[in-house]
Ligand binder design. Sequence first.
Ligand code: C5P
Length: 235
Amino acid sequence: VQKHQNQIIAIDGPAGSGKSTAARLLAPRVDFLHVDTGAIYRTLTLLAIEGNIDLDNQQALAALVPQLNISFKTASDRILVFSGDREVSNEIRNPELTAQVHFAAASPLVRQALQPLQRSFAVSHSVVMEGRDIGTVIFPDADLKFFLDAPLKSRAERRWRELQAKGEKISLQEVEADQTARDKNDTDRQTAPLRAAEDAIVVDTGLYDIDGMVEELERIVRSKLAIPAGAEEQS
Ligand code: C5P
């Protein structure tokens, strides 16, 4: 039996655009693996902080990459992130760590070192991979590329509500300021800046509720890709 070629759906976009939620809900509908590449940059930053490594030291950060052993598990309402056996899902998302991830993200050395790791997820699975540079750098030949975007206000509100639900004490203004700073870092950096690939389908997530957005993405996926039988249409 000839093995089906693995397929790749890239989902890029700024912080709070809803791409994580979209990727998490879309992936099981088409029976693809969801890979959250932001979690990889975050886990690397966590390991560096715990190892007292200077986040400004690109060589030292890149030297941690071979130690990364990241896996994902989809829970009912979120994706769980594991570093080896250790679940790091909460630690990697706290606002203090989030504010430090730009060191790893801005480093050409680190980004280079993380490329094979990110590509390796697609060796054994069809993937929905979300990040900032998936359609431009990691998988420029992805079968389908989405770029999700929404106005800053609605992205900040979305992220603020998520943090509130987790009991984080942070104001909407602070979240908006953090997000603006992160967007600027991601957009202005030299290496792999955040931008839509030329062949990406741009979706304004502000126009949909979550269910509507996932349905729209699934509709596009099914119209463009041959999804193997077994990934039943859900309604
Ligand atoms: O997506 P998430 O907000 O978890 O990503 C955390 C940070 O990691 C982003 O602010 C961005 O700087 C960086 N990142 C990146 N390239 C990716 C994914 C994330 O630079 N593909």
